[in-house]
Design a protein around this ligand. Structure first.
Ligand code: PLP
Length: 366
């Protein structure tokens, strides 16, 4: 008895390479793209362990929880880490990066998260890239939450290691990810004594045994289901057009912010400036005296289908996330999210204007 997920024909090396090429086109990059068979944390950790060590001075920008994790890996590799933490309601500026280089000219590695789904901000990577390049540091970027939602251009921005995952705005699987690697980054890896080899975290293994061999022999059996899902999701983006997919995300973010402001009741965008708000997901600040996680629980009771979650960890009390990405990047999902939040706020006795919020969503969507 056959089954749609089972009994699949083996995925060939040629098919694997063609999926890598399609991902490279999505990023408009000439760099090598390595598809990594695990959630994005795999290449995020692998790239840091492959390029940093006791000789590294890393500028680690923290605009959300992932930056914290990168700092831990960097320290674990023996790097000297300069943390640049910015409040979660804002973005880091190129000026702050410039100042960090002025204070620590020895910085030779910069880690940055492009957009943070967890905190809802997005950082000006193009401007930051110019500063990083001028100082010759290696530039590592987590673009998991930005790819598909806003432009991600490693070549134009001088990104040396650009990590993506398909599970957010690309609307794809979570169990597979990719990293684009510049020539400079390969050279840094070759010169990093602690770079993992013969390891699942190794990127050099893929360079030496896959890329340099002309991509004819895979290192191990490919994760078939995830690769097929990644191929399908890239195909769907190509069919609709990347620009159209990004446009849906941008509209969803603007509409959510406009709707929240019009709703009232004390709810407001968590990230102050529209330009610093990530298109992938919108974070909202709960009204004072209202616990965000309880508000979200009540909103989900009124409509279990809306893409709402409370902030994680310490943010659970004050932050509400509208995860309007992938299939949820629609006017309908934004409307339903605000209606559910409005109903929950009203239950708390707060004065809200749901009709006004929906009108604001519709007008911002246009
Ligand atoms: C979502 C996301 C990841 C992947 O992590 P998950 O917890 O598996 O979703 C990595 N980096 C960033 C910035 C993300 O938003």
């Amino acid at each position: 008895m056959t089954h749609p997920f089972l009994d699949l024909a083996p995925l060939t090396a040629a098919r694997f390479a063609s999926i890598e090429d399609r991902v490279a086109r999505l990023l408009s990059t000439e760099q090598d793209v390595v598809i990594t068979q695990g959630e994005a944390l795999l290449p995020l950790e692998g790239a840091i362990r492959s390029t940093t060590g006791p000789g590294t001075t890393a500028l680690n920008v923290i605009t959300g929880p992932y930056g914290q994790t990168f700092g831990d890996w960097l320290r674990d590799c023996g790097a000297t880490v300069i943390d640049l933490a910015v409040p979660f309601h804002t973005a880091v500026t190129a000026e702050q990066i410039r100042d960090a280089f002025a204070a620590h000219p020895e910085i030779d590695f910069v880690s940055l998260v492009h957009a943070e789904a967890a905190t809802g901000n997005t950082n000006p990577v193009a401007e930051i890239g110019e500063v990083v390049r001028r100082h010759g540091a290696l530039f590592y970027l987590d673009a998991v939450a930005s790819v598909g939602a806003e432009p991600v251009l490693p070549d134009a921005w001088g990104v040396d290691l650009c990590v993506i995952g398909a599970q957010k705005a690309m609307g794809g699987p979570a169990g597979v990810s990719a990293v684009s690697v510049s020539e400079r980054a390969w050279a840094r890896m070759a010169a990093t004594p602690g770079a993992p080899r013969r390891s699942y975290l190794s990127l050099l293994d893929w360079k030496e045994r896959w890329i340099d061999g002309g991509r004819t022999t895979l290192l191990h059996a490919p994760a078939q289901l995830e690769m097929l899902a990644l191929e399908a999701c890239v195909e769907r983006i190509e069919a609709v057009g990347l620009v159209a997919v990004m446009d849906r995300h941008r509209r969803a973010a603007l509409a959510t912010r406009a709707g929240a402001r019009a709703l009232g009741g004390g709810l407001e965008p968590y990230v102050y400036e529209d330009a610093e708000a990530a298109p992938v997901a919108t974070t909202l600040r709960a009204p004072s005296g209202v616990v965000a996680s309880e508000l979200v629980a009540r909103a989900l009771e009124s409509d279990p289908a809306v893409p709402l979650v409370a902030g994680s960890g310490a943010l659970a009390r004050e932050m509400i996330r509208v995860n309007h990405y992938g299939v949820e990047a629609t006017q309908g999902a934004v409307r339903a999210s605000l209606a559910a939040l409005g109903a929950a706020l009203r239950e708390q006795g707060l004065g809200v204007d749901v009709e006004g919020a929906l009108r604001a969503v519709d007008s911002a969507w246009r």
